[in-house]
Ligand binder design. Structure first.
Ligand code: ARG
Length: 463
């Protein structure tokens, strides 16, 4: 290397503010494991292709392994003046092993290097969020299993609508997360192609073997086009979109926990381990963890917007703007990882209140649909049946009664088809059990859904 950081072409050092502005090692330093793996794959291939001597390659690999250990031990001397993770590691290598270190970068550019590092990093990060999601799914399966007897109102417009099982509602959360998992796994599959060997943008004159490096790094194949390989970041857009959707889902779940733990609902008690008190109001037990999960959604959605805007209008191939991809990606993954852990813990340790849910079922005229269905199943057109049931609700409201408390005469007065079996239909357990359809809340359907979820989790664990 010349005495100037950027080699022979430069006479002046980079301005101090420009150096600080463009340095990224505080953020991309985190890519060191991928950077070292990528370099080792590259240098082994160079030796196999006889572009480098076996001896140089051996020294480089040994040097990189030593650097790996020193970083792991926290002994590595990161230097902002060396700009980014790639230059820090390469400079340390050269100062450790001399000339051979300077040969590592043969047939490669930081453009394909950073694209490779990011694909490797994001691939593993998708895998670990997938595992995080499975852990929450386990919690939901357990909670659903343990609460099959708990009936609660299902809501539309946040108004009590129809009775369901708590387990059914918990499994609705599981479905959302299951799709999030699928989207991440999908994104990880599609990104699994190797940019390495595309060099700055046009490949290299050295007789490299891109299949070999792709294989060594666990990629399915080399990317087809060298310009695309160094310019494209849609693999990050896909992953972060999946995370943004996931964080919106987590926020909706969190919102329900906040609502349900209010005194107004009282459906759930969060454990002390996942709630906090107030500095002024001694009676308070606040659901801060779900609130923070809800609040952190903005970061993840923001990361997606950040990436989309950063990419829009960038000409091919590499532009330095692309360096800005890392912070939003890291932030999105870190945030979703934490949110999944916190929400999983909050749900696992929460206690549901069967009596409060049952009370809410009684007070909300949830049997109104049963009344309408009862008439409709005896040949009354559903629209008329709906009207009659509405009138009965009105009467119950006026008389401050529940639908079951209205006397049979009231029903008969509303429609002469009624007989006393209407009171059986108004039983909430019966109402839920009669919803014995695919995807419905009847006990057997919910039990089967739990078993299916457990089966999927089991299959993934042993895969
Ligand atoms: N730190 C840079 C980034 O993250 C590495 C690539 C630099 N390439 C370049 N041509 N300046 O994008």
């Amino acid at each position: 290397m010349s005495d100037k950081a950027w080699g022979g072409r430069f006479e002046e050092e980079l301005d101090t503010i420009a150096a600080r502005f463009s340095a990224s090692v505080d953020v991309d330093g985190r890519l060191w494991p991928q950077d070292i793996d990528g370099s080792i794959a590259h240098v082994r291939m160079l030796a196999e292709q006889e572009i480098l001597s076996a001896d140089d390659a051996k020294q480089i690999v040994a040097g990189l392994e030593t650097i790996r250990v020193s970083i792991e031990r926290g002994e590595f001397d990161w230097d902002e003046a060396k700009e980014d993770v790639h230059m820090n590691i390469e400079a340390a290598l050269t100062s450790a092993i001399g000339d051979a270190g300077g040969r590592l970068h043969t047939g490669r550019s930081r453009n394909d290097q950073v694209a490779t590092d990011m694909r490797l990093w994001t691939r593993q990060a998708c895998g670990s969020v997938v595992t995080d999601i499975d852990a929450v799914l386990e919690v939901l399966a357990d909670k659903a299993d343990g609460h099959l007897e708990f009936l609660m109102p299902g809501y539309t417009h946040l108004q009590r609508a129809q009775p369901v099982r708590l387990s059914h509602h918990l499994l609705a959360w599981a479905e959302m997360l299951e799709r999030d998992r699928g989207r991440l796994a999908d994104a990880a599959r599609r990104m699994n192609e190797s940019p390495l060997g595309s060099a700055a943008l046009a490949g290299t004159t050295f007789p490299i073997n891109r299949d070999a490096t792709a294989q060594a790094l666990g990629f399915d194949r080399p990317m087809r086009n060298s310009i695309d390989a160094v310019s494209s970041r849609d693999f990050l857009l896909e992953a972060v979109s999946a995370l943004a959707i996931c964080s919106v889902h987590l926020s909706r779940v969190a919102e329900e926990l906040v609502l349900w733990s209010s005194q107004e609902f009282g459906f759930v008690q969060m454990s002390d381990a996942f709630t906090t008190g107030s500095s002024i109001m001694p009676q308070k037990k606040n659901p801060d963890m779900p609130e923070l999960v809800r609040g952190k959604t903005g970061r993840v959605v923001g990361s997606l917007v950040n990436l989309l805007v950063m990419l829009k209008g960038l000409p091919l191939a590499y532009n330095r703007d692309l360096q800005e991809d890392k912070e939003p990606v890291f932030e999105a993954f870190d945030t979703v990882h934490d949110c999944l852990a916190v929400l999983g813990g909050a749900i696992a340790s929460a206690t549901f209140d069967k009596a409060r849910m049952a009370d809410a079922l009684q007070a909300g005229f949830l049997g109104a649909t049963e009344v309408a269905d009862w008439l409709a199943s005896r040949g009354v057109p559903f629209r008329d049946a709906h009207h009659v049931a509405g009138k009965l609700v009105q009467q119950a409201v006026h008389e401050s009664k529940t639908l079951s408390e209205l006397p049979l005469e009231a029903y008969k007065a509303a429609h002469d088809a009624f007989d006393d079996t209407i009171f059986l239909a108004l039983d909430m357990e019966t109402a839920v059990e009669r919803r014995d359809v695919v995807g419905g809340p009847a006990r057997e359907r919910v039990a089967a859904a739990i078993a299916e979820l457990r089966g999927r989790l089991q299959a993934r664990r042993s895969a």
